[in-house]
Design a binder for this molecule. Structure first.
Ligand code: ZN
Ligand code: ZN
Length: 132
């Protein structure tokens, strides 16, 4: 079980499950959405994702028709993404978790779009393309 919050603290969340795997996506959409080389996410069941406060600060952006990217409208922290055809799961941005996360990288996706300056130094599976 974890708590999570955005940068400004308006949004307070509770994740009612263990998180053991982190998936890294290097696609260009995730690079832009994070302003960084990649996004690090964990797949969480929607029923395990609890909003304690700040629901009114949620903003949504659709870079793809089937997937919303949810963020804090005040501080712009990315919170999660969710596919419309998979309403039971969310892809939580693990950087918003407050506690130390005892998890391992499971894989790297979209490595063919990877930032040139970023070198993947671990041996976890790499997929040139994958759902992110
Ligand atoms: Zn915020
Ligand atoms: Zn991606």
């Amino acid at each position: 079980m974890y708590t999570a919050s955005c940068l400004c603290g308006a949004i307070q969340l509770k994740i009612n499950t263990e998180i053991s795997k982190v998936f890294v996506c290097h696609c260009q959409q995730c690079q832009k959405a994070q302003g960084s080389a990649f996004v690090a996410i964990s797949v969480v069941r929607a029923q395990d994702f609890e909003v304690l406060s700040g629901q009114e600060h949620f903003g949504e952006y659709y870079a793809s028709a089937n997937k919303k990217r949810v963020f804090c409208k005040t501080c712009a922290s990315p919170l999660y993404s969710a596919r419309l055809d998979l309403p039971d799961i969310i892809r939580l941005r693990v950087g918003i978790i407050n506690e130390p996360l005892n998890a391992e990288i499971a894989s790297h996706a979209f490595t063919h779009e990877k930032a040139v300056w970023f070198e993947i130094l671990d041996d976890h599976p790499k997929f040139p393309k994958a759902v992110c």
